[in-house]
Design a protein around this ligand. Structure first.
Ligand SMILES: Nc1nc2c(c(=O)[nH]1)N[C@H]1C(S)=C(S)[C@@H](COP(=O)(O)OP(=O)(O)OC[C@H]3O[C@@H](n4cnc5c(=O)[nH]c(N)nc54)[C@H](O)[C@@H]3O)O[C@H]1N2
Ligand SMILES: Nc1nc2c(c(=O)[nH]1)N[C@H]1C(S)=C(S)[C@@H](COP(=O)(O)OP(=O)(O)OC[C@H]3O[C@@H](n4cnc5c(=O)[nH]c(N)nc54)[C@H](O)[C@@H]3O)O[C@H]1N2
Ligand code: SF4
Ligand SMILES: [Mo]
Length: 695
């Protein structure tokens, strides 16, 4: 029997980053605990991180490469699996060109550097991620507005926090943990919460703005209206550093008077005024925005308008405001992945590239473009695909179409831990290693100024970490990679002067903390200013100024639908224990939330004779599903709030109940509902009805 070894590493059961000490005995992780020395999490871990051993040693986990045969799934060797993929990819490239291969992932998982490098060296511009409506869409919109993504600077001591469509206590999204927010809040910061649902943060807030889902861009412009009208902006900043101030001001004053903003957003105009004043006059103030602001036709409009709020109040790159953090000196994802090696000729072939020009600028495609290319062969057919860590059948809008498309794809490889409904559609399954089974420079994709050492603790079955899978597949395709995963990490770390072995010992690196960088060199935009009037959007033929466009399927835009679908469906509330479609098979987590929950206002429930705790049907023009009802009077009676990500791993047929409670059966992906510049999908708002379910 071995002594217990304690290995310091970093969790990745969500967007990741919490410091972990893994206890390893006889080649098995027997326990994980929070690392008190972590600069990110200071010893805390959530239920998902703590249950990693249940996931890693789960009896249903697939531990070997598999191929689908007439008799079902069969175990094969890595050699056979990789050679099968290479043979197929080479055939597709010879017949149709590399653009007919789609390479995809889901949410950001620390392997985008390797996945994109594989795609770029393959020559395909068709990388399908969640980025069109999550995070990268924020990065792209701020890139053209102020040069990079502004992050709430909690460590800098904000005196006012605007929590805008975000719930960090449950989600720990992207750069931040709920813990950072909480420490800043406890120091006495004022709190404004903008959320259609009164949750934990709204309950704590000084001001809660109960917004109509999807109308955040209008509210942001309403804030501007107050700040301009009452001259609460930072005059010097505006004069020196805003591009297009006069044009922007004119639009805001003429088109967004508070009466109109109230009508659009359902938020009382006096409350809007009070909130805008509080934000603009309490210094420093930060805005922490969440993903519902991106999953809409107004993604770029909202993000640009709200970046404008940070800028004109003098809070941009200010301590305690929204900082533009400097990353530690490592190779960026763009550099590592050799974006520049994708030839202009291949870039031109990116599906939807000439339609969603900002999406193309950040190397994205919209899923609808991929489904269309598979189902209709236009503008050219997609023939083969490789999806790593994604379950689009459950997580993408108009799930029935996603399902049909992936089923029709001639050859699909899925890399995952489990046989998900998406993996069941594949020809080859490759078993991925969890964060306990990988060496990596974690968080290199984020904008919070840290990179963290994620250390391999154990080997389980024949699983490979995703990075190694792309490396080995790439080498067999004739691409230039390194001999080992660790050699590639030495290259990634080279600018820091550290090798992987040295970095592992250090545990993390932090970038230099410098505020007000624009005073020396301006902002990284064409005019060197914050472009409220975007010269880039103008050049591409879009409206250069932010505005509000009505949600495509709403009581305002589709009044005729209201007779059959009278409610606004707000689809995708996260819950602390699940991560999108994952974790339904983890006993300790499923026990906490055994069923999918739809929240309905008691008045609404009464109208339809729907009882608390019973199942109800939810239907939209695209289909019908069922979830279990929870009455909640902290939402508007006109709004229904439902969870996303549901399938039933315990159902053993290959569909695993993907269409029973999956909210994305109801959401839409039609082109007219997408953000015109980014291609963001409108996942959060459509019209629905509800009825009791007798089954
Ligand atoms: N209606 C609605 N739909 C939504 C949303 C919403 O709010 N509303 N949110 C959207 C958002 S923001 C996002 S980001 C997407 C997420 O969409 P996805 O990323 O597709 O969803 P997940 O369920 O997180 O991931 C799918 C699979 O990844 C596997 N996995 C986890 N970690 C790893 C790993 O390290 N390697 C590999 N190979 N596999 C791994 C899991 O086992 C799981 O089966 O969903 C979107 N869908
Ligand atoms: N436990 C857990 N954590 C996660 C995830 C998960 O699935 N589970 N997913 C991860 C991913 S990929 C992401 S992108 C992040 C997202 O994390 P967040 O950005 O926090 O997103 P949500 O929880 O979807 O929504 C945050 C809040 O916005 C409110 N909201 C809904 N619609 C609107 C709207 O139209 N306007 C406004 N103003 N508010 C609205 C919701 O009621 C909710 O309180 O979480 C990450 N963390
Ligand atoms: S918040 Fe995310 S990184 Fe932290 S323990 Fe939970 S799952 Fe892991
Ligand atoms: Mo996301």
């Amino acid at each position: 029997m071995e002594e217990v070894k304690k290995i310091r590493t970093a969790c990745r059961s969500c967007h990741g980053g919490c410091g972990v000490i893994a206890h390893v005995k006889d080649g098995k992780v027997i326990k994980v605990e929070g690392d008190p020395n972590s600069p990110i999490s200071h010893g805390t871990l959530c239920s998902k991180g703590l249950s990693i051993t249940q996931l890693a040693y789960h009896p249903d986990r697939i531990l070997y490469p598999m191929k689908k045969t007439d008799k079902g799934w069969e175990r094969i060797t890595w050699d056979e699996a990789l050679n099968t993929i290479v043979e197929k990819f080479k055939k597709v490239i010879a017949e149709y060109g590399p653009e007919s291969i789609v390479v995809g992932q889901g949410t950001g998982r620390d392997y985008e550097s390797h996945l994109y490098r594989f795609a770029n060296l393959l020559g395909t511009p068709n990388v399908l991620t969640a980025g069109h409506m999550c995070y990268v869409s924020r990065v792209g919109s701020t890139l053209i507005t102020c040069g990079t993504l502004p992050i709430a600077d909690y460590e800098g001591g904000p005196k006012c926090i605007v929590m805008w469509a975000c719930n960090p206590q449950w989600n720990n999204p992207d750069e931040y943990k709920g813990e950072n927010f909480w420490r800043a809040y406890k120091k006495g910061a004022k709190l404004i919460c903008i959320d259609p649902r009164k949750g934990f943060i709204a309950n704590k807030a000084d001001l809660w703005l109960q917004i109509r889902p999807g109308t955040d861009a209008a509210l942001s412009l309403g804030f501007h209206h107050v700040i301009i009208e009452e001259e609460l902006y930072d005059r010097e900043f505006v004069e020196k550093y805003i591009n297009g101030w006069d044009a922007f001001k004119e639009r805001v004053i003429k088109e967004y008077p508070l009466e109109r903003v109230q009508e659009i957003t359902w938020v009382d105009k006096d409350l809007i005024r009070k909130a805008a004043r509080m934000y603009a006059t309490t210094k420093p103030a930060c805005i922490h925005w969440g993903v519902p602001t991106e999953q809409t036709i107004n993604c770029v409009n909202y993000t640009r308008a709200t970046t404008g709020l940070m800028a004109i109040t003098g809070n941009l790159d200010a301590p305690g405001g929204n900082a533009l953090f400097v990353n530690p000196p490592t190779r960026t994802v763009a550099e590592f992945s050799r974006h520049r090696d994708l030839s202009p000729e291949q870039q031109k072939k990116r599906l939807g590239g000439d339609q969603f020009k900002l999406g193309a600028r950040v190397a994205l495609i919209n899923p609808k473009k991929a489904w269309d290319a598979i189902l209709t062969g236009k503008p050219y057919p997609l023939k083969a695909g490789i999806l790593c860590g994604s379950n689009p059948v459950v997580t993408r809008a108009n799930a029935k179409e996603a399902y049909e498309a992936l089923k029709k794809l001639e050859f699909l490889t899925v890399i995952d831990f489990f046989m998900t409904p998406t993996a069941e559609l594949a020809d080859i399954f490759l078993p991925s290693g969890t964060w306990l089974e990988q060496n990596h420079v974690a968080d290199n994709w984020k904008r919070h100024g840290f990179v963290l050492a994620r250390q391999k603790c154990v080997q389980i079955g024949e699983c490979w970490q995703d990075h190694k899978i792309f490396m080995e597949l790439g080498k067999r395709m004739g691409q230039q990679w390194w001999d080992t995963v660790e050699d590639a990490l030495d290259y990634l770390l080279e600018p820091s002067g550290l090798t992987w072995e040295q970095f592992k010992e250090k545990g993390y690196l932090q970038g230099e903390m410098v505020y007000y960088k624009y005073k020396q060199r301006g902002f990284s935009t064409p005019t060197k200013k914050v472009e409220l009037y975007s010269t880039v959007l103008e050049k591409w033929g879009y409206d250069p100024l932010p505005k509000y466009v009505e949600i495509p399927e709403s009581p305002v835009s589709k009044p005729d639908l209201l007779k059959d679908y009278p409610y606004i469906l707000n689809a995708g509330l996260r819950t602390p224990t699940f991560f999108h479609s994952a974790n339904r098979n983890i006993p300790s987590l499923r026990e906490i939330r055994p069923d999918p929950i739809v929240e309905i206002h008691p008045e609404t429930a009464k109208k339809h004779n729907i009882k608390d705790g019973k199942w109800a049907y939810i239907a939209s023009p695209r289909g019908r599903i069922k979830q279990r009802v929870k009455l909640n009077d902290n939402i508007d009676p006109r709004v229904v709030v439902a969870e996303h990500g549901w399938w039933y791993p315990e159902v053993k047929d290959p569909g695993h109940g993907w269409n029973v409670s999956n909210i994305n059966i109801l959401t839409d992906n039609a082109y007219e509902t997408l953000d015109p510049a980014m291609g963001s999908t409108n996942l959060r708002v459509c019209l629905c009805n509800i009825s009791p379910c007798e089954e």
